[in-house]
Structure formats: C-alpha cells, structure tokens
Design a binder for this molecule. Structure first.
Ligand code: ADP
Ligand code: MG
Length: 386
C-alpha cells in the first residue's frame, strides 16, 4: 500500500487541485506574488544603494546647557542636556543627555556626571568628543560609504584655539567634513532674519553660558560682543542669595527651577511666591522657606546688568548707518535665557531699542545651522570648513 506524506497532501490541496479547478487564477496569483517579491527586493536594493551613496548632513548646536541635533530632510532629531556621565576608573561614557542629567549631583563614587562645555566653549575635549560621537552615530545610517558632513556653531567670540578644538573633536567623532558657523549668524538665520540683505540687524543670543550680541549685515558679523555670563550665572546668583539671606544651600537644578517658576527680569506687578527646600548651612538639616518673586528679581539684577553690558557695547560700536536700521527693526532675542519673564521689556527699557523674542528661541541656533548646511552655496562665506 502506498504511503502518503503530509507534504503530498499540501501539494495536492494547494497546487494540483486549484490548477485543475481554475488554472488562470493560479497563474495570475503566482505572477503577482513573483512581482511583489521582485519589486520589494529592488526597492530594498535601491534604498540600500542610496544609503551607501549618500553622505548624511548633520547640524549640531553644541550649547553649554543643551545639545540639539538636526538632520537634513528630517529636522531636529535630538534635544538633550549637554551632560555626560563617565566612569572614573577608565573614563568610559556611561550615559549621555537626559539620562546623564538625572545623575548630576547624585552619582555614586565611581561615576562622574560632567558638563563638557563651559561658557560656550569646550572645557573637556575627550568628553566632548565622546558626546559628539554618541550623537553622530545615533543619527547617522549604519551602512554608509561616506561619513556624515557635520556643521557646528561656536560663539563669535571664540578664539582660534577653541575653534580648532571643536573642529578636531567633530572630525574625530566621525565626521567626514566639519564646518563651523558663528552662533549669532546661525541664530539670525534660524530667527528668519534676512542676513544677506544690505541692512543691519541685531541679534542677542542668551543661552546657559554666554550672551552673544551681534550686528549682522550682508551675510557677516559687523560688530559683536560676547560675555561669559548667561543662564548658569543667574542660577548661581539665586543660590548665593539663598545662602546669604536664608542660610539655605540649594542645588543647581533647584536654582534653575526657581528662576523659571518665579524669576522675572523686572519686578512682577502681582508678586508671586514658591516654597524652596534645601539644607540649612548651620544646622545641616533640611529646611523649607517661602521665596518671593521680588527677591529673585533683585538677586539676579547684577547678572542681568552684565548681560546688558554686552548689548550696550555692541550698540556703541555700531556704525551710524546700521544703528538707524537697528532702531527701526529692533533687537531680536534668542536662546533659552531670553525666555526669562519680562526680559524683552527689561532690554527695551535699558537700551531704548525695542526688543522682541524670536520664534522658538531655544531652537533658532540649530535651525539656522541646518539651513546654512543645506544651502552651503549661499552661506559658504559665513562658514569655516575643515
Ligand atoms: P545653550 O545654548 O548655552 O545650551 P540654551 O539656549 O539651550 O543654552 O538655554 C539654556 C538656558 O536657558 C538654561 O540656563 C536654562 O535655565 C534657561 N532657560 C530655559 N527656559 C527658561 C525660562 N523659561 N526662563 C528662564 N530661563 C530659561
Ligand atoms: Mg546656544
């Protein structure tokens, strides 16, 4: 007696039987399956080849407080604090960005959470390079013939040595070509200022570490001043005040949240208050006090005056022709610290020139860097290439 296998049954049921009953249906179905497989493979092949051939273009805003990454064709793909956690024994990077920021001030003995950028420039070369490598490899395709082209912005007041440090770190982090653009230019492009026009525009970018004030005309920086004081110094002023007045020691993150919640550049019409907890300097025990917005405004006033110094310095050095443009168009403010309440009003009152916030102040620089990278032919005079 012949023995039947299960496979014979399947062949009979799904091939022979349908062929007997409806041969044209079977043929058309097989053809469409074949076409489908063929087109999917072809598509994959084309995509793979495309990835292999195309070198990706990445723009990075390497700020003291935040690092933002933009990829051509995709937009902003990362926005994280500029913090890296490394192991103390072998300098290995353990965490980057948000994860590392959560470790700040809370690390066990063998871990260090660091901010590799200080006052807008590289403070720790190796950690900066490791951080750039992390972000570049995170966004760049894994199979590619070419390494990506990367554009990074630097403060206009940066020295040649500081510029070289950023270029070197970018190249050794995996970039094929590295470009640098001055931050005020990038911020202006991101704030939709027509920088190539023959009229003067003033931009003030206030981030975590630096205040950059510049007048831009015909695609270049005409006058600029940079002060190494910004958001971090405001946090420091609040911490110092808490220590002086209340004998209370607070952490950096608490000081920052006080600044954001009840801070204001000018005294609020309706005074606000918040509870702040810290460690008593004398007793060493935790204590909570109620802090008013007026106290915060008064404590940060000296730092605001230092920032204002840079802005006034630029206004003083601006050629008269451009000065009249600036009075007409006003000052555009970008960077996270420009979000401090009433900062635009304070700037207007103190300089006599109308100041206004750019759209999305925290994103202007990375957007502008990305636009410059996508339109290199237009902005090539404004960038340095390596
Ligand atoms: P950087 O370019 O130096 O990385 P950013 O432009 O990202 O800096 O701005 C970060 C700074 O902005 C931090 O000091 C942060 O405390 C401050 N900041 C963010 N939001 C606010 C806000 N709403 N009010 C005041 N300061 C703010
Ligand atoms: Mg910045």
């Amino acid at each position: 007696m012949p023995t039947y296998r299960y496979s014979d049954f399947l062949v009979h049921r799904y091939v022979i039987l349908p062929l007997k009953i409806c041969p044209e249906k079977v043929i058309s179905l097989s053809l469409s399956i074949y076409n489908c497989i063929k087109s999917t493979c072809l598509l994959d092949l084309v995509l793979d080849l495309g990835f292999l051939m195309l070198s990706q273009r990445i723009a990075i805003d390497l700020g003291t407080a935040n690092i933002l990454v933009w990829v051509a064709g995709e937009g902003i793909v990362a926005n994280e604090p500029t913090v890296v956690a490394v192991s103390e024994e072998d300098n290995r990077v353990i965490a980057v960005g948000n994860e590392a920021k959560r470790m700040l001030g809370r690390t066990p003995g063998n871990l260090l959470a660091l901010r590799p950028m200080r006052d807008g420039v590289v403070a720790d070369y190796q950690v900066t390079e490791a951080m750039l490598r992390y972000f570049i490899s995170k966004v760049a395709p894994r199979i590619s013939l070419f390494k990506p082209e990367v554009m990074i912005c630097v403060p206009a007041g940066c020295t040649q040595v500081e510029r070289r440090a950023v270029l070197d770190a970018t190249l050794s982090a995996g970039a094929r070509v590295a470009y640098l653009i001055d931050e005020p230019l990038a911020a202006s492009i991101g704030a939709k200022i027509p920088i190539a026009a023959p009229s003067g525009h003033m931009i003030v970018d206030i981030g975590g570490g630096t205040t950059e004030a510049a007048v831009i005309c015909l695609g270049g920086v005409v006058v600029h001043k940079s002060a190494r004081v910004a958001g971090n110094k405001l946090d420091g002023a609040i911490s110092d005040f808490m220590k002086r007045k209340y004998n209370l020691i607070i952490g950096d993150q608490t000081a920052e949240s006080i600044k954001i919640k009840v801070g204001s550049a000018t005294r609020l019409v309706q005074e606000e208050a918040m509870e702040v907890s810290g460690r008593d300097q004398v007793l060493g025990l935790p204590r909570t006090i109620v802090l008013s917005s007026h106290e915060v405004t008064d404590s940060i006033r000296p730092v605001l005056s230092q920032m204002l110094g840079a802005v006034k310095g630029v206004l003083e050095d601006t050629p008269p022709e451009l000065a009249s443009d600036i009075i007409e168009r006003g000052i555009t403010m970008s960077g996270g610290t420009s979000l401090l309440r009433n900062f635009d009003r304070f700037m207007t009152e103190e300089t006599g020139v109308p100041a206004h916030l750019a759209e999305d102040p925290l994103l202007c620089v990375v957007r502008g860097t990305g636009i410059a990278l996508e339109n290199l032919d237009i902005y090539k005079r404004s960038v340095t290439k390596r």
